[in-house]
Design a protein around this ligand. Structure first.
Ligand code: DAH
Length: 357
């Protein structure tokens, strides 16, 4: 019994792998194993012999089985350690950055303008991009014979023969939202209306779809002086400079009287634009005192109320502020361009921390 025990425990401890262990198990305690065969001989023994040999053989079988189980666990641990030595991962390495999406400069600038005018007490209004010609033209004092209709390169919506609904256009400017806001809310009112507008035009500075923001302030005693102050505040805050010089040029728009186009002082050095200094002027917006006929179309009595309006090209001021040379790139959906000119989603513009940071 002692010989058997020494033999098998020795073999088990020397076993190199699980297959060798399994062989030992079969030879020792398998159906025809050495220890199993010895147990079968118990029947041939005298009862006295059996009383001693039986428990001893059982104990030996248990001991061999548990030695095999322990060795098996040991081999598995070793195998795992071996694997861990080769298959390791340095968790301190920086992760591979997933390219994050960016906010388009147009969205960023729209939000900047909204944050800025909210601070001046303007709320935001919106209107439809498919507009009827009354809101887009007539109500803004642009009757059908008016040259401005032709000048605007308007996209007209298709109409079937016999369809006598009013003609619809892709709105050529955000000014119709003035009318909608006046009709909905009356005076006094202070709103800005950002959004997409459309004209059939395409070159380095024109795309068939672009963006404007309209401003409207109507009250009892609003004058041209208020317009000038608001626009100066707007331009200074937007371009994040202490001083800008604006030039108000007498102009003509059907919906304002008097009307002024506003230019901003700037310089072009090696194609690099600087706002606020230099000998050049860049036109950035149209403005004026709202025409009495426009107030009337908006359901507001022009003998009681007056005020100013303006319209700014969002794409244009975005190009100026962020040094973007070609307007068309805004709408090419070129990811390399977006990564370069886009803003991170966390750069929400607000006045306290700086509009663009
Ligand atoms: N609607 C004009 C345009 O698209 C811009 C404009 C000029 C808007 C003068 C105004 C304004 O509100 O007063 O060219």
């Amino acid at each position: 019994m002692d010989d058997l025990k020494a033999k098998y425990l020795g073999l088990i401890s020397d076993a190199a792998d699980e297959a060798a262990l399994e062989d030992i198990r079969v030879t020792a305690v398998g159906k025809k194993g050495e220890i199993s065969l010895k147990m079968r001989e118990l029947g041939k023994m005298t009862p006295e012999e059996r009383q001693v040999a039986g428990p001893a053989l059982n104990a030996l079988k248990d001991e061999v089985n548990s030695a095999i189980a322990a060795k098996k666990a040991g081999l598995a641990d070793e195998a795992l350690n071996e694997r861990l030595k080769t298959e390791w991962l340095d968790v301190t390495l920086p992760g591979r950055g997933r390219p994050a999406g960016t906010i388009h400069p147009i969205s960023q600038v729209s939000q900047e303008v909204q944050a800025l005018f909210a601070d001046l007490g303007f709320s935001v209004a919106e209107g439809p991009q498919i507009e009827d010609d009354w809101h887009n033209f007539d109500a803004l004092n642009i009757p059908s014979h008016h040259p401005a209709r032709g000048e605007m390169d308007t996209f007209y919506m298709h109409r079937d023969e016999g369809d006598n609904r009013p003609p619809h256009v892709l709105r050529t400017h955000t000014s119709p939202v003035q009318i909608r806001s006046l009709l909905a809310n009356g005076a006094p009112i202070r709103v800005i209306c950002p959004g997409r507008v459309y004209r059939a035009d395409y070159d380095q500075t024109h795309t068939p779809m672009f963006h404007q923001v309209e401003g409207l302030a109507i009250d009892k005693d609003i004058s041209m002086a208020n317009l000038k102050w608001v626009l100066e505040e707007f331009v200074k805050a937007f371009f994040e400079v202490d001083d800008v010089e604006l030039r108000f040029r007498a102009s003509h728009f059907p919906f304002t009287e008097p009307s002024a186009e506003v230019d901003i002082r700037c310089s072009w050095d090696n194609g690099q634009l600087k706002v606020g200094e230099g000998d050049d002027w860049l036109e950035i917006l149209g403005s004026g005192m709202v025409h009495p006929k426009v107030l009337e179309a908006g359901g507001v009595d022009p003998s009681q109320w007056q005020g100013f309006a303006f319209g700014v090209g969002i794409d244009r001021i975005a190009m100026l502020k962020y040094g973007i040379p070609d307007l068309r790139a805004f709408f090419d959906s070129d990811l390399r361009w977006l990564r370069n000119y886009g803003f991170t989603a966390l750069d929400q513009p607000d006045l306290a921390s700086g509009l663009s940071r």
